[in-house]
Design a binder for this molecule. Sequence first.
Ligand SMILES: [Zn+2]
Length: 396
Amino acid sequence: MVGNGWIGIRTGRSAALCLGLLTSPLVQAAPGADCPGHPDALGTSRTLVVDPKEHLRIGSMQYGETLPLADHEVVLTFDDGPLPRNSNQVIDILAAQCVKATFFIIGRMAQAYPEGVRKLREAGHTVGTHSQSHPLSMNRMSVEHAKQEIDDGIASVTAVLGNDAAPAPFFRIPGLLRAEGVEDYLASKGIQTWSADFPADDWRHISSSRVYEIAMKRLEAKGKGILLLHDIQPRTVAALPRILHALKARGYRIVHVVPATEELPATPTEPQQWQLHPVSESVPIARWPKAPHFIFTATVAFPAPSLLDSPWHDGVPLPREASPWPKSPPVPPNNATIALPVPAQSIFELQAKPRAAAQQLVPSPHRAENTTAAEREADGIARLISADAEEVVRHK
Ligand SMILES: [Zn+2]
């Protein structure tokens, strides 16, 4: 990976913090045992080293492969930061539990808050990128434009990390608004496109309790996977301690993902481990006629059509196919009725109010005089992003 211009963690303080984990990726540390001052911490149970070039697209919300996790293993991911007033709290909450996560950074946020990115690296988290300005249009912009967004975002994060480190070759498309050309470009650069296995809808206008409930419900439904969160959201800050506590109480284990380098080979895995649930585990579903994608992508967690109804809608389930929803629903075989996902009550409770949700990203005028210039700039970015998103909503 070094030859490709990607450097994991090479030197400096972050290396000292991380090498202990990286040198023995398969060793199961006793969670909490190595968390000084926090004997009951959730901890990070292992480090998974992945070679992006071997598995270019991951996350069962949209792709056929996801990270090779064992049952009850969870990877935490946070998008859109850093925004210090919230992101710093997320860092502290994770530190108190000795939990390592992956952060997908927006280039312009990195420019506004370089210290926030360096803090992540120093805390040993994995730093991926999430475009330069978070356009919610990568599914319809020109590939040239998308390339610029991707490259500028990486350049911005690289610039604040300094010469001894670079962001991981992990990229999450804003709003998960995937496009073949975008993924192909990322692949050509040896960058892994990260979707997720389930979101917690923390960009919507819902309570922190609801974020907690959704996160745990969707995790329990899948048994493992990549959880998508947003460290810039106050409701996520509020929900996170409860989520971590529940993970510990219910026997879940945190996995930290890092990219392979020349010095750090990928964790050995078998191809079938990169499927969320191998076919043998889902025979009734696999035997359904003709519409396996519909079934797979529409299980428990992902209600359908209001895909773009949120202004800040990372985590939208957009499968690789243009539309996973058949024009008329397939008639299930009689013996498979039980396997049908039952629409959860939550489906009907999660209708966001785009404009209201967008407005919460805009600073209160009463606070304006107390914010720093950098904060105002970042809020400006958020406003820009939400305005863009509202346009998406309007064109729906
Ligand atoms: Zn995002």
